[in-house]
Design a protein around this ligand. Sequence first.
Ligand code: ADP
Ligand code: MG
Length: 721
Amino acid sequence: MQPIIGGAFAMLIFAGKNIASLAPILSNPIEYLKGVGPLRADLLKKELGIFTFGQLLDHFPYRYVDKTRIRTIAEINPSTDTILLQGVITEVDTTGEKRGRRLTAQLRDRTGTLELTWFQGIGWIQKFLVSGQAYMVYGKPAFFLGRPQITHPEIEAVQPEGQDGRNFMEPVYPSTEKLKVRGLTGRQIGKLTFNLFQLISERDIPENLPPDLLHSMGLPSRWEAYRDIHFPASQAACDRAMERLKFEELFIAQLRMGMLRANRHRYSKGVSFVRVGSWFNEFYERHLPFQLTGAQKRVMKEIRRDTAAGRQMNRLLQGDVGSGKTIVALMTMLLAADNGYQSCLMAPTEILSQQHFEGLSKLLKEMPVRVEVLTGSTKSAERKRILAAALDGSLHILIGTHALIEQKVQFAKLGMAIVDEQHRFGVAQRARLWEKAETPPHVLVMTATPIPRTLAMTAYGDLDISVMDELPPGRQPILTVHRLEDRRPQVMEFMREEIARGRQVYIIFPLIEESDKVDYENLMRGYENVKAWFPEPRYWISMVHGRMKSDQKEANMQRFVRNETQIMVSTTVIEVGVNVPNASVMVIESAEKFGLSQLHQLRGRVGRGSEKSYCILLTGNKVSKEAKERLHVFCATNDGFKIAEKDLELRGPGDIEGTRQSGALNFKLANIMSDRALLEQARDRTAEILDRDPELSASEFAGLRAFLQQARGRNEWSRIS
Ligand code: ADP
Ligand code: MG
C-alpha cells in the first residue's frame, strides 16, 4: 500500500516486526554463533529465515518438555497420549530394502521395554544411537500386537546432570526435515538459543513498552520475557512471558495502524465537500424511492463529516447483503457533484457494473446528472466519447470494472472513488485510484462480507470503519435448510412449484478454477441433470461459468434478468451483487465445499423482493460432522456478522475474504481469536497514547521510539510498497 503521508515517517510506522534487537550483537550473522557454522547457517537461513542472532531469539518454542515429569514404560496404556521416557537403547537394527527400509531400537527403563521405529532419516539416526547409552524419548505410543511402540519419536542423548543447567522446562522449537538431518531437531535448536543467552544480557534487549503501561498491566520486562519464553523456570513464568510478548506484538501492530490513521487525519490533504447542494437535496426530497434506514442516515452523516473536513476520507463501509449500500454510494457521489467534483464507482464484474449503471440511471433519470459505464467490452467509439467526457469534466459519474484503473482514464476533477464489493479488489488496485488526481480523491470501500470486529481492527486499522447493521424494513428472513442427496426429488418438486408461481431459481455449483476439470465436469453433469428435471420448452435455463466468454455470460445473465429463463445454473461468478428480485430460491450444490461467508453472499441473491425466499443447501448423503455443524450454524441465522465470526473461528483469519493480502495478520505468537482480550487492550492503550501524544515525544516513549526507529532499518522495506 502506498502510504499517503509518504516519506520517512511512514516507513517508520510500516517497517519492522517484533524484533529483539537494538544492540549490535543481535545483528551478528548466525554462522558466528557457537554450534552453528557455515553449513548449518545455510540451512537455518533457507529453512527458517534465521540470518542473525536476533532472528534466532525471535524463533520461539512451540512447546516445552517438562523434564521433571519423566514417566515409565509400564505406565503406558492404550489411552496414553504423548509421553516423556528415559532409558537405555539396545538392539539397534535395520530391516527391509529401499522404501521399505526401517530402523528399530529397543528402549529399556526399569519397568519394561518399548520399540522405537524410524522410516526416514535412518542414516542419521543410526549414527546417533549408541547401544547401551541413555536417551530421553518423547512421542505418542501406539500398540502393535499388544506391545507399545513409538514411531519417529523425538530423541536426545541424556546429558550428565547439571551440565547445561536446564532442569525444568526444556524448549522445543519448530524445525524441518532438512534441519533434523543436520542434527538440528526442535530440541537441538534450543542448544543454540542457550548458547546465545550466554552472550547477551538485559542491556541487549531493552524495554520498548512505556513504563506506566508495563506496571499497570503487571507485565514482565522485555528481557525477562525473552529469557522466560526460551528457558522458563516454571509454567507460570512461561505464561507471563508469553502474555507480555503477545501483548507487545499486538500493541506495536495497533500503534502502527493508529499512527497511520492519525497522520492521515492530521496531514493528508483532501478535497472539501463543504456544500450540501441542489442535486443532493433534490434527490433526497424528490427522487429517493423510500425512507433511509437509521443505519443509512448514520453512515451518510459520517461521510459528510469526513468529506467536509479538508482531509482525505478513507472509509470502509461494511453492510450486510441487501442493507442498501448502493443508495449511500449514489448520494455520496451527488455530494461530490454538488461541489464540482467527479466520482467513479468500481465494481468487480461487468454484470455488476452494468446493473449499477442501469439502477443509478433510473434513479437519476429526472436529473441532469451524467452517468456512464466503461468496461472491457465497451466499443471503441463509445469509449472515446466517455474518456473525453471524463477528461473535460462534463461526466459526473463513471461506473466500471477495474478497467477504470487499468486503462488510461483521466479525470478533470476526480473527488470521490467508490469501490463496491471490496474483497475482489487488491489493496494495490485500490491505491492506484488515488493516483488519479493531484489531491487524492476520497475513498469509500464498500463490502458485503462483514468482517468481525477483531479482524477489522487488525486488518483495516488504518481505515475508518462504518457499519450498516440494519436491513430496510419489510424484508422477510430467508428460510434456509440443509437437504441430503436422497431428498433431491423433493427439492426439484419444490422448485417446480415456485416456478409455477412465477418465481425464478438459482442453482449454484462450486467454483470452477480455469484448470479444474473435475469441477467443470460436475457442473456440466449438473446442468444435464437439471435439464432432465426441467425440460424445454416448458422451462428455460441460463448457465454462467468462469470458462465462458464474457459476452456469452452476459447474454445468459440478461435472459435471466429479463425473466426469459426461470433457472440460472451457475458457479460462484454469480456470487457478488447481482439483483434479480423475482428470484426466490437459491439451491447450492455440494454446499459443504463453500466457506460460510461465501454461502452468505450466495444466499443474499434471493430475498430481494417481497416474496418469501428459500435457500437450500444440498450435500451428499454422507457429510462429516464438522460440515454438518457448519451448515447448521448457517441455517440458523441470517446475520452476516454472526456468520463471519463463526467463519473466523472455524477457518482462521487467512481464509477470510479481503484479509489475505493485508499481511497485517501474520502474528508470530498472538492469535486474534483466542487473544481477543489482549487485542482489545492493545487497541485501547494505543488509542489513549496516540490521543495524548501523537508524536510519541514524551520521555516515557523513548524506548518505543527507539524500537520503531530501529525496526525501520531492517529488511522490511519490500513490504512497504
Ligand atoms: P447492498 O447493500 O447489498 O448493495 P442494495 O444497495 O443493492 O444492497 O439494496 C438492496 C435493495 O434494497 C435494493 O432493491 C434497494 O433499492 C433497496 N433499498 C435500499 N435502501 C432501502 C431503504 N432504506 N428502504 C427500502 N428499500 C431499500
Ligand atoms: Mg451491492
